[in-house]
Ligand binder design. Structure first.
Ligand code: PBG
Ligand code: ZN
Length: 324
């Protein structure tokens, strides 16, 4: 016979003792969009509360991030110049390299993670070098080495390849180790699905593909067994952290990785997931603060140790209020 389960729900004192999952501000990574321009603070229409900043104004954002106790940011760059291979991504004076240097100089305690991909830098918006209207895996690996080395030289704390190229982690690990950057960890976007939830991000980062889609490199949303293979590949190639992206339609995958691998698991609560909560909240249809906290909790409960989220600042505020 089971006991009276409601007895553990009677008061906040007992509820807080039997609570199985809790969120902490240390769980969060906050994405930042950095535009190569001057005097820019531009709100992204489909992501209320999220802005593109130029470097001369980004301290307005970073001051808040640090004051709220957020420890980590992940950077996305919007360059002026785009070309077929995305060469700006490995320019030592490119926007991300400048951004890394700026943040590490002015906010040395902030952990700076760089997204490693080409879609923001190519004029066609695909995540690598094109060959016959598809991304060529191994040509892209050559450029990935260049990009990651430029980020490492700029002082990045962690790199996160997001292009879903086979052997990307292996190549990046090797390039870092060969150049004396063996202490920079790699967070693989190990299991990244070809998702329509990235829509608002592509507006924010000007990175929508000019033709076709990303189905030949990002994973089919129908596949679960394949996720384990992708994750195993990143483990074998030397990744320190595995990521699942998006988060909410893929909570089963987060749990699968948690149950099958010993590495920390990250989940990317993506732009479309953020946009839906904000849109419903701004219409008065849901209490968006509460839905936000419930959503983040669900990602953690599914098995994520780390959550990349546009809600990080607001969630940090909520957590502060709860603890006061
Ligand atoms: C770049 C990249 C994307 C996201 C993160 N890195 C977009 C894409 O694959 O098209 C999406 C993030 C989001 O939607 O919040 N490869
Ligand atoms: Zn990309």
């Amino acid at each position: 016979m089971t006991g009276r389960l409601r007895n553990n729900r009677k008061t906040e004192e007992i509820r807080s003792k039997v609570r199985e999952t809790t969120l902490e501000v240390a769980d969060f990574i906050y994405p930042l969009f950095i535009e190569e321009a001057n005097n820019i603070k531009q709100e992204i229409v489909s992501m209320p509360g999220i802005f593109r900043y130029s470097l001369d104004r980004i301290n307005e954002e970073l001051d808040q991030v640090v004051a709220l106790g957020i420890q980590s940011v992940i950077l996305f760059g919007i360059p002026i110049k785009k070309d077929a291979e995305g060469t700006e991504s490995w320019n030592d004076e490119g926007i991300i390299q400048k951004g890394i240097k700026h943040i590490k100089t002015h906010y040395p305690t902030l952990q700076v993670i760089a997204d490693v991909c080409f879609c923001e830098y190519t004029d066609h918006g695909h995540c690598g070098v094109l060959c016959d209207h598809d991304v060529d895996n191994d040509l892209t690996l050559v450029n990935l080495r260049k990009q990651v080395l430029a980020q490492a030289k700029a002082g990045v704390d962690m790199v996160a390849p997001s292009g879903m190229m086979d052997f990307a982690v292996r190549e990046i690990r090797d390039e870092l180790d060969k150049n004396g950057f063996e202490n920079i960890p790699v967070m693989g976007y190990s299991v990244k699905y070809c998702s329509s939830y990235y829509g608002p991000f592509r507006d924010a980062a000007d990175s929508a593909p000019s033709f076709g889609d990303r189905r030949t490199y990002q994973m089919d949303p129908a596949n679960r067994n394949e996720a384990l293979k992708e994750a195993q590949a990143d483990v074998d190639e030397g990744a320190e952290i595995l990521m699942v992206k998006p988060a909410l339609s893929y909570l089963d995958i987060i749990r699968d990785l948690k149950n099958n691998f010993d590495l920390p698991i990250a989940a990317y609560n993506v732009s479309g997931e953020y946009a839906m909560i904000k849109a419903a909240g701004n219409n008065g249809w849901i209490d968006d603060k509460k839905v936000m906290m419930e959503t983040l909790l669900s990602i953690k409960r599914a098995g994520a140790d780390i959550i990349i989220t546009y809600h990080a600042k607001e969630a940090a505020k909520q957590l502060k209020m709860e603890n006061d």
